[in-house]
Design a protein around this ligand. Structure first.
Ligand code: AYL
Length: 524
C-alpha cells in the first residue's frame, strides 16, 4: 500500500455551500469571482452569493429541496455557478448533462436520475424540450436561463427576491451531484457523490495544488464534467480565484481570452496541449500571463508536455482521477521541477493506493529503488463515491468491502511515490478527455441492417490521441463501406462519440461466455 506523503487535512462535516462560501472574508467579497470570457461581464463574490441565495429561494418556493433531482444542461457561462450552487443550496441534487448529448441521451440520463426539473439555455432548447417531453417534465419545470416563451427564466426567478431556505441533511450521506460515468463496463451510470465527497476533494486539492487567490483561471473545460465541476467551479472559487468562462473550445477564441484576461492557470485536456505545442497561431498572442498549464482526463505525452512548457515558458502539470473519485486522486505539484511530466504525480492528501495483479489480486511490491511492476490501481479516500445509483451489482464490482475502488487503470509507482498510468483494463474510451462507452456505440452499430456484429475499442490517431474505432462484421452480401458505418453512428450519437476509424472483419473474437475479447482486437 502507498499512502499520500502529504499530511492529512481535516474534512469538515458541512455542505458544499457552507464550505465554499460560509466563511468568505469580508475583504474578498468584492473580488471578481467570474468573468464571462465572451462578453467580458464580471460577477463579484458578493453578487454570486446573492444570486445563489435568490435562486435557491426560488427553487425552494417551487418545492425543490432535499430529494429533488435537477438536470443541468448548460455550457460554461457565469450563470452555471449560480444554478449549480443554488440547486445544492436548496438541498436538491444536480445531475449535470453533457451539452453535446442528443435528445435521446439527455432523456436517458434524466430518466435514470429521476430528474423532475431541467435547467438549460435557449441555444440548447430544442434538445432539452424533446428530452423533457419524453421524460414528462412540463414547460414550467424546464427553466431557460436566458428566457424562452412559456418557460421560467433566470431573471424571473432571481426577481422574486426570495431568501434561501433552511435545509438540513447529513453531508456524509446526502447526494450533492449525480454525474454520469460508464465506469469499467456498460452504459453510463449515475455516480453518487455526497456533499462530503465534494468538500473532501476541494480540501485535498487545496493542500496539494498551489492555485491561490489572485489567480485568474481559464474555465474552458466543461462544468458538467467532474473535472470542471470540482477543480474549477468548486476548488478555484474556494481559493477566491477568478474564473474566466468559455462556452466551448475554439483555438482562436481561447488565445484571445487568455491574452485579454491575462489568465494565470489554464486547465486543459491533452488535445489542447497538441494545439498549444504545434499550432502557428500561438505565436501571434501574448500568453505570458500563463504560469501553469494543468492537464488531466486522459494521458499526456511527456514530449508534448515539454514542448508546451518550452513554447509558453510555463510549468506543465498533470493530474489523474475519475468521476467515481470526485475526481482528483493524483497530481504533480507545480513547484516540483523534478517530477516527470508524463507521470500523474503523487497521491493527494488523505488518499491511499494499492497496485494489484489483476489476475491473482496480489499486491505488487513497491521497490526500494526505481519503479514497481505494473498493477491495477486501487484507491481509498474520502473522495471515493458512495456508489452507482440503483446499481448495487456495478457498485460491488468496483468498490470492495474494505472501501477500495478498483479503477480499471494500470499503473506503476516509484519508490518515492510517483505514479504513472501505463494501460487501461476497462473498456472505456477517452476522446478529447470525454468518456465514450463502447457498449453505447456497439448497440447503435447493431441497429444497422447491414451489420451482423460489431465491437468498438480505442485506437490512436496521427497525433497520438485516442479515438473510437469500430470493428464491423457485414451481413452476407451487404454493400457497406466505412463512410456509411461512420455516418450511421454519427446520426445517432453526440459528436464526441462518433466512430472515427472502421475496420471490416470476418468475426468478432469472443470468449466462450460471449464477451468481446477487446485485447485481441487491440493486438491486431
Ligand atoms: P473520467 N492519464 C491517463 N489516464 C487518465 C488521466 C491521466 N492523467 N486522467 C484520467 N484518465 C482516464 O471519469 C483514466 O482511464 O474522469 C480514468 O479512469 O471522465 C478515466 O480517465 C476517468 O475518466 C484532475 C483533472 C482528474 C482531471 C481528472 C479527470 C477526471 C476524468 C484529476 O486533476
Amino acid at each position: 500500500m502507498v499512502r499520500s506523503t502529504y499530511p492529512d487535512v481535516e474534512i469538515q462535516a458541512v455542505s458544499v455551500y457552507d464550505y465554499l462560501f460560509g466563511d468568505l472574508d469580508e475583504s474578498r467579497l468584492d473580488a471578481t469571482a467570474l468573468i464571462d470570457g465572451t462578453s467580458g461581464a464580471e460577477t463579484t463574490y458578493r453578487q454570486l452569493i446573492a444570486q445563489i441565495d435568490l435562486f435557491a429561494g426560488a427553487l425552494a418556493a417551487r418545492g425543490v429541496g432535499v430529494g429533488t433531482r435537477v438536470g443541468v444542461l448548460c455550457p460554461n457561462i457565469p450563470a452555471f455557478a449560480t444554478v449549480f450552487h443554488g440547486i445544492l443550496r436548496a438541498g436538491a441534487t444536480a445531475t449535470t448533462v453533457n451539452s453535446l448529448y442528443t435528445a435521446d441521451e439527455i432523456a436517458n440520463q434524466l430518466t435514470d436520475a429521476e430528474a423532475e426539473w431541467l435547467i438549460t439555455v435557449s441555444p440548447l432548447l430544442a434538445g432539452a424540450e424533446a428530452a423533457a417531453a419524453k421524460v414528462g417534465i412540463d414547460a414550467d419545470h424546464l427553466i431557460v436561463l436566458d428566457g424562452a416563451e412559456g418557460h421560467p427564466s433566470l431573471r424571473d426567478l432571481l426577481g422574486e427576491g426570495r431568501t434561501a431556505p433552511e435545509v438540513s441533511f447529513d453531508p456524509a450521506e446526502h447526494l450533492a451531484v449525480l454525474p454520469y460515468s460508464s465506469g469499467t463496463t456498460g452504459r453510463p451510470k449515475g455516480v453518487m457523490l455526497t456533499h462530503r465527497n465534494l468538500v473532501a476533494n476541494v480540501s485535498q486539492c487545496r493542500s496539494t495544488i498551489s492555485l491561490a487567490d489572485g489567480d485568474r483561471v481559464l474555465a474552458v473545460l466543461p462544468f458538467f464534467h467532474i473535472y470542471g465541476m470540482t477543480v474549477l467551479l468548486n476548488f478555484a472559487l474556494r481559493q477566491r480565484a477568478a474564473l474566466v468562462t468559455m462556452p466551448k473550445f475554439d483555438l482562436t477564441e481561447f488565445l484571445r481570452v487568455v491574452a485579454e484576461h491575462r489568465t494565470t492557470w489554464v486547465f486543459i485536456a491533452p488535445p489542447i496541449a497538441v494545439a498549444l505545442a504545434k499550432h502557428p497561431l500561438i505565436d501571434q498572442y501574448d500568453l505570458s500571463s500563463i504560469t501553469v498549464i494543468f492537464s488531466g482526463a486522459a494521458p499526456l505525452d511527456g514530449a508534448l508536455a515539454s514542448a508546451v512548457a518550452t513554447r509558453l515558458d510555463c510549468t506543465v502539470c498533470q493530474g489523474y482521477g475519475m468521476t467515481e473519485t470526485s475526481p482528483v486522486t493524483h497530481a504533480i505539484p507545480a513547484a516540483r521541477d523534478d517530477v516527470d511530466r508524463s507521470s500523474v504525480g503523487m497521491l493527494i492528501s488523505n488518499t491511499e493506493a494499492r497496485l494489484i495483479d489483476p489476475e491473482t489480486g496480489a499486491d505488487v511490491t513497491v521497490p526500494g529503488d526505481g519503479a514497481s511492476e505494473p498493477g491495477e490501481l486501487l484507491i481509498r479516500g474520502p473522495q471515493v463515491m458512495k456508489g452507482y445509483l440503483n446499481r448495487p451489482d456495478a457498485t460491488a464490482e468496483m468498490l470492495d468491502a474494505d472501501g477500495w475502488l478498483h479503477t480499471g487503470d494500470v499503473a506503476t509507482v516509484t519508490h518515492d511515490g510517483i505514479f504513472r498510468i501505463v494501460d487501461r483494463l476497462k473498456e472505456l474510451i477517452k476522446y478529447k478527455g470525454y468518456q465514450v462507452a463502447p457498449a453505447v456505440l456497439e448497440a447503435v452499430l447493431l441497429e444497422h441492417p447491414s451489420i451482423a456484429d460489431a465491437a468498438v475499442i480505442g485506437a490512436q490517431d496521427e497525433d497520438g490521441q485516442e479515438v473510437p474505432k469500430a470493428f464491423v462484421v457485414r451481413q452476407a452480401d451487404a454493400d457497406l463501406d466505412a463512410d456509411a458505418v461512420m455516418a450511421h453512428v454519427a446520426a445517432h450519437v453526440a459528436p464526441h462519440e462518433k466512430v472515427r476509424q472502421v475496420e471490416f472483419i470476418d468475426a468478432i473474437p469472443k470468449s466462450a461466455s460471449g464477451k468481446i475479447l477487446r485485447k485481441d482486437l487491440r493486438a491486431r
